[in-house]
Ligand binder design. Structure first.
Ligand SMILES: NC(=O)c1ccc[n+]([C@@H]2O[C@H](COP(=O)([O-])OP(=O)(O)OC[C@H]3O[C@@H](n4cnc5c(N)ncnc54)[C@H](O)[C@@H]3O)[C@@H](O)[C@H]2O)c1
Length: 365
């Protein structure tokens, strides 16, 4: 039997017209299936600015007015981390699928409320962990799915970022930790690369006070965690958001390694393969006022602008979600359950740091 040809027009709402909401709305406005776009922000000037930029047909500072527009079929929630819950619940109650920026929630109570609402309404809830959509990691997933490494016995993922990015990220949520704001992407990535092997124990250590000194009391300069999986595989996760302010990477600088019984996979994601030094400086996709002369090109975490188009993980991720909604293509974005599992590891890391002891999983809700 031939595959049915599905092409559904879409109306998309973007709630939160900040940095990432702007990228999502731009991608939506450029997608062939999207015939209606509405944007919201609690700051009406931001909503208007984004509507002007993208040609959105409706904008408001009232989230519900945007979500409940009859033309809107699905909703992106790109508000700051502590403001995700209400617009997600409003969208789910109206039967509209949601793409929420990471993290889905900051604790189990909120996450479970969202998962229950999605289950009760039968509406699809996804979370944007955009590392899944970086070419290097997509290729890694392909090798693992084909069993080319055999059984994975160990792995590591570490991410560096500059203090300037840490301060910008933490300004949204001063109580945040680098595990929640940065390491979450790699926790999700490891879950995605190694499914069906749940974590059973987390042991973490942290050090360094430069970010704390800048007013963010819960963020250590460097955190390492060893996560043991059900079959005994050990995964080393590391995050340092305290490299010097003008470190040439304009976002995550990463390295991921996986060792299996039949092979090894090493992913150099530090971006040192494309360096530029310029007296004219180069724009930072996330920090508009940040000027650096030495740049690792391609290191913007969401992606980078080239020839008027936004290229990279958030672009591919947004397209994948829109293709899924409009054409029924497979959706690679994290599910609500995936997002909850990632929250669990971040909570276990924080608990292990506080108690200085290993933490057994699953954590009680
Ligand atoms: N996937 C990625 O690469 C990536 C990168 C950075 C941030 N993020 C995530 O994206 C989300 C947004 O981050 P950002 O950097 O765009 O933040 P931002 O501060 O640039 O934008 C957030 C916007 O939400 C608005 N807002 C806040 N509360 C609101 C509410 N209740 N209703 C409507 N609007 C509200 C703010 O006015 C602001 O314009 C966060 O969850 C963050 O973790 C994802």
């Amino acid at each position: 039997m031939s595959k049915p040809f599905i092409r559904k027009d879409l109306g998309i709402a973007v709630i939160g017209s900040g940095r990432i909401g702007t990228l999502r709305a731009t991608m939506a406005s450029n997608h062939a299936a999207v015939k209606f776009l509405a944007v919201a922000d609690k700051d009406p000037a931001r909503a208007k600015k984004l509507a002007d930029k993208t040609g959105a047909q409706f904008h408001s500072s009232d989230n519900l007015a945007v979500i409940s527009r009859p033309e809107v079929d699905a909703v992106v929630v790109a508000t700051i981390e502590v403001e995700h819950t209400l617009p997600i619940l409003q969208a789910l109650a109206l039967g509209k699928p949601v793409l929420c920026e990471k993290p889905l929630a900051l604790d189990f109570a909120e996450a479970d409320k969202l998962l229950a609402a999605a289950k009760q309404s039968g509406v699809d809830l996804r979370c944007g962990y955009s590392r899944r959509f970086k070419d290097k990691y997509l290729l890694a997933k392909e090798q693992l799915m084909n069993g080319r490494l055999g059984r994975i016995t160990s792995g590591m993922a570490r991410v560096f970022n500059s203090r300037s990015q840490a301060v910008a990220t933490l300004s949204r949520l001063p109580a945040d930790t680098s595990s929640i704001s940065g390491l979450v992407y790699y926790i999700d990535l490891m879950h995605w690369l190694l499914p069906d092997n749940p974590p059973v124990e987390v042991f973490a250590r942290a050090n360094g006070g430069s970010i704390k000194g800048a007013g963010f009391a819960n963020t250590n300069d460097i955190t390492y965690a060893i996560v043991t999986l059900a079959d005994g595989a050990v995964i080393d996760l590391g995050v340092c958001y305290a490299l010097p302010k003008h470190y040439p990477s304009l976002g995550h600088a990463g390295r991921v390694e996986l060792i299996g019984t039949d092979g090894v996979l090493i992913i150099d994601d530090d971006h040192t393969d494309q360096m530029m030094y310029s007296q004219h400086s180069a724009p930072h996709v996330y920090l508009p006022d940040h000027n650096v002369e030495m740049v690792f090109l391609g290191s913007g975490t969401p992606g980078d602008w080239a020839l008027g188009e936004f290229q990279g993980p958030v672009a591919t991720e947004t397209r994948n979600w829109l293709d899924y909604l409009s054409m029924g293509r497979p959706c690679l974005l994290a599910t609500g359950d995936d997002a909850r599992r990632t929250i669990e590891i971040t909570l276990a890391i924080e608990r292990s740091l506080q108690t200085t002891a290993p933490v057994r999983l699953p954590l009680a809700a």
